[in-house]
Design a protein around this ligand. Sequence first.
Ligand code: USQ
Length: 429
Amino acid sequence: MNVLILGIDGYIGWSLAMHLAKRGHNVSGIDDFERRKNVESVGSTSAIPILDMEERISSFKQIHEKDISFYEGNLLDYDFLQQVVRETKPDSIVHLAEQPSAPFSMIDREHAIYTQHNNIEGTLNVLYAMKEYVPDCHLVKLGTMGEYGTPNVDIPEGFFEIEFRGRKDTLPFPRQPGSLYHLSKVHDSGNVHFACRMWRLRSTDIMQGVVYGTRTAEMVDDSLMTRFDFDEWFGTVINRYCAEAVIGHPLTPYGSGGQKRGFIDLIDSVQCIRIAVENPPSRGEYRVFNQLDEIYSVSELAQYVVQVGKKLRLDVKIQPISNPRIEKEDHYYKVDREHLRNLGFRPTRRITETVEIMLTDLIKYRDRIMERSEVILPRTTWARGTGERMAEPRIWTKATALPQHSHTAAADASSYPHPTSSFATSSES
Ligand code: USQ
């Protein structure tokens, strides 16, 4: 199949490109490196070093003997987009080219407008390019479980049957998102559904849970790794916990820690997207997949990281901090997720196995995380808005983070002992 990946340079985009190319698909991708720039704009960087796109592609070709084509540009540039679509003639477009951070969208008015403009207008351009040049193409659109919010009833896959005043219908399940980023995805879902109904496009709208992990099967060399964010804005909760654990920063569950979310390993996220690509819906069909493996509360996750950290001789502490977001901390959460399983999705490994792989990978890059450790504690608040800084007492400082001997070795990651050898990272040791 010809697959065009929008946002090929991102955390999932690069992982997916390698997976699909290795599988024999003809993969092209678009990116304008906005994610790299946005992470840089908040003073952070990927904990795992990543190569430039040209170098990534040539390393992938050398190692896996497959080609990936790359086009640099932005979806908001319709001339650019339509030219790429006409040239690559995709059977499937996977749309990952959005600003994906809830806290980033909540910094202030400018970040909110940037997020919604980028995400909603970019998606509209994709829909128009499909309508005009490849109406038979399948759009795999990355939405989010956060579109639904946390209702006090079960969450179906997109639609539910409702009886109201004696009449019945099957309607989109109500959306109650918790950030202006999540809301941009709700607007996208409405536009994609509309394009399927009006223009007979076909689409799978994926309500994905929170993704975690450092590795997929194709990442057999350091040059093929994908980015890994740990800052307040772009790091997701498990990834942040693992980065915190390796530098001796206490894990940071927000509030009471009872918030439940659906989670999925990076390796399974690409597996699921591949399944969606290879099993397209019919013309005019708009279908919704809830893409997650298991549900956990953020406290439970912290416990898992402590447990695995112990195995690796890391002394991991938990220090809950006041919640910068407005969200329920004690709530019902039950989610249907049959569609992908019916098409063959099987989780690759248990969460604790992945956390072990993550901690082992990240220990190698402790100095990079340590250098940017000031981006870990949250400062963007939902309630006060306009980017006002949270007055969170500093509970951790670099100076107390590592035992003296590790500090002196910080410039050379390779001098850190292997996690299974006798060493511990602790603010107390
Ligand atoms: N959280 C903590 N401690 C932290 C970071 C987060 O307790 O250090 C909590 C948050 O308050 C929230 C939960 O963990 O209750 C998840 O937060 P997150 O930052 O990991 O994920 P979220 O903001 O929900 O967004 C991420 C991705 C987004 C994707 C979404 C899937 O950034 O692109 O859409 O996960 S979902 O959450 O299902 O909507």
